[in-house]
Every structure is written in structure tokens, then in C-alpha cells.
Design a protein around this ligand. Structure first.
Ligand SMILES: [Zn+2]
Length: 175
């Protein structure tokens, strides 16, 4: 297993629709292991394959953020039903330093292939878990949480983020 570098916004891979996975090969299983390890190390509560530079429809989620406590792995996940609305704060490992309130479905039903159980599963989620699923599935559709905000707020946060990112890059070059 390996901890992989997390791709930062606005890298193109984060804006692309990720490809369906037709078969869970040994390579995909390795990718999943590495994604889980990278998520726990970050630490984070969810990670989508595009965030480590692989444009594939794979997500790992653990609402506890604690190593292997409640790990959920889904291949080709999709939201099959949703209800209610709730606003809550979000951040993203690919958009470090920025947090914002995002409106999401309150409850979702997510369907996908579970490579641990080796079958298709449906998971009903609310609260934090519902929010994480929506956030991670957005990544597979080439969206980050900033894209869910109103235009004014989005531009403000985007500019603030890019400015900080430039400063970090400049500092890195000087070393
Ligand atoms: Zn994210």
C-alpha cells in the first residue's frame, strides 16, 4: 500500500467526467487500497479516484475518519433517489484551506458495486454520510464543492484559493 499525492484544484483531471470501471482487477484493488490509505493519512472522510489522478468511478468513504472503522468502497456509485435539503459546511482535500456552506440532499440512496462484498449494494444515508457520498460522486462528474455555490461566493473563494496556491508555489520555487 502507498500514500499517494492528492491532486489539487484546478488540475484538469478534477474537471473531467470519470470513466466507469468494467471489471475490478487486481490493479483496481491496489488503487482502492492506496486510496483508503491516502484518505486516512490526509486525514479525510472521503476520496474519489480523480483526486489521486485516476479518472475512474471509484470512491472510498469513512465518516469516522478513523482507520478502517467504517470503510465503504464503491465502484460506479450513483444516487438512485434523494430527498430533503440541508446546508452544511464542507471542505475538500483537493481544495485545501477553503471551507463553505453547501446545500445538499438530506437523504440519499446510493447504489454501486462493493468490491469487498463482491456484489452490488444499495446504501441509505443521511447526515454526514449522505453529504460525503454527494461530494465524492460530484468528483466523479468533474465537480468540486465550489461548483455548488452561487456565482459571487464561488468566485470570491476561488480567487482567495488561487492566490494562496500561487503563494505556496512561489515559496516552493524559492527553496
Ligand atoms: Zn473533495
Amino acid at each position: 500500500m502507498a500514500i499517494l499525492p492528492i491532486v489539487k484544484y484546478p488540475e484538469p483531471v478534477l474537471k473531467k467526467r470519470a470513466t466507469n470501471v468494467n471489471r475490478v482487477t487486481a490493479e483496481i484493488r491496489r488503487l482502492i487500497d492506496n486510496m483508503a490509505e491516502t484518505m486516512y493519512d490526509a486525514p479525510g472522510v472521503g476520496l474519489a479516484a480523480p483526486q489521486i489522478g485516476k479518472s475512474l468511478r471509484v470512491i472510498v468513504v469513512d465518516p469516522t475518519g478513523e482507520e478502517a472503522k467504517q470503510l465503504i468502497v464503491l465502484v460506479n456509485p450513483e444516487i438512485v433517489s434523494a430527498e430533503g435539503e440541508v446546508i452544511g459546511e464542507e471542505g475538500c482535500l483537493s481544495v485545501p484551506g477553503i471551507r463553505a456552506n453547501v446545500k445538499r440532499w438530506a437523504k440519499v440512496r446510493v447504489k454501486g458495486y462493493d468490491p469487498i462484498k463482491e456484489k452490488t449494494v444499495e446504501i441509505e444515508a443521511d447526515g454526514l454520510l449522505a453529504r460525503i457520498f454527494q461530494h465524492e460522486i460530484d468528483h466523479l462528474d468533474g465537480m468540486v464543492f465550489l461548483d455548488r455555490l452561487g456565482r459571487v461566493k464561488r468566485e470570491l473563494l476561488r480567487r482567495r484559493y488561487l492566490k494562496r496556491l500561487n503563494e505556496v508555489l512561489k515559496r516552493g520555487k524559492r527553496k
